[in-house]
Design a protein around this ligand. Structure first.
Ligand code: SF4
Length: 138
């Protein structure tokens, strides 16, 4: 799924896997479900899954990444990719979007802060916003 590069991509479990595995040719039905499941098996053992997910939430509109399908990523708040590039190059708005999604997926605020290059206080503020939104939706 990854396209070379450095940093977390160098540790990706899919580094030597055919990229087509992560982009199912079928758009729906049992064939697509089987292809997505195959990709998710690779992601399940990936040591950089959270980094990949944060990147994919702001960058990748299609395919499986970070252990989630494109539809599942949209459900985490990635309405549509707004910029091509890793989180460190993202705008503050894109970074906040990726951070809130990572927190909603269960990442610790300190980890999210380190991954996205923001203060822990900022990550805690995002977490508070999620809790407030959840209370409002309940
Ligand atoms: S989470 Fe999946 S798509 Fe992302 S780097 Fe790991 S194996 Fe590749």
């Amino acid at each position: 799924m990854t396209a070379g590069g450095s940093g977390w991509r160098m540790r990706a479990a899919c580094a030597d896997v055919d990229p087509e595995v992560f982009f199912p040719v079928a758009e729906s039905g049992p064939v697509q479900e089987r292809q997505v499941a195959e990709a998710k098996v690779v992601c399940a053992g990936c040591p950089v899954r959270s980094e990949c997910l944060a990147w994919a939430l702001v960058t990748l509109p299609h395919g499986v990444a970070g252990g989630l399908s494109a539809e599942e990523r949209r459900g985490l708040g990635a309405s549509r990719p707004v910029r091509v590039g890793p989180p460190p190059e993202a705008t503050p708005r894109e970074r906040a979007q990726a951070g809130r999604a990572a927190l909603a997926a269960g990442r610790a605020p300190a980890v999210v802060a380190a991954e996205l290059g923001v203060s822990e206080r900022t990550a805690l503020r995002w977490a508070q916003q999620i809790r407030t939104a959840e209370r409002g939706a309940a």
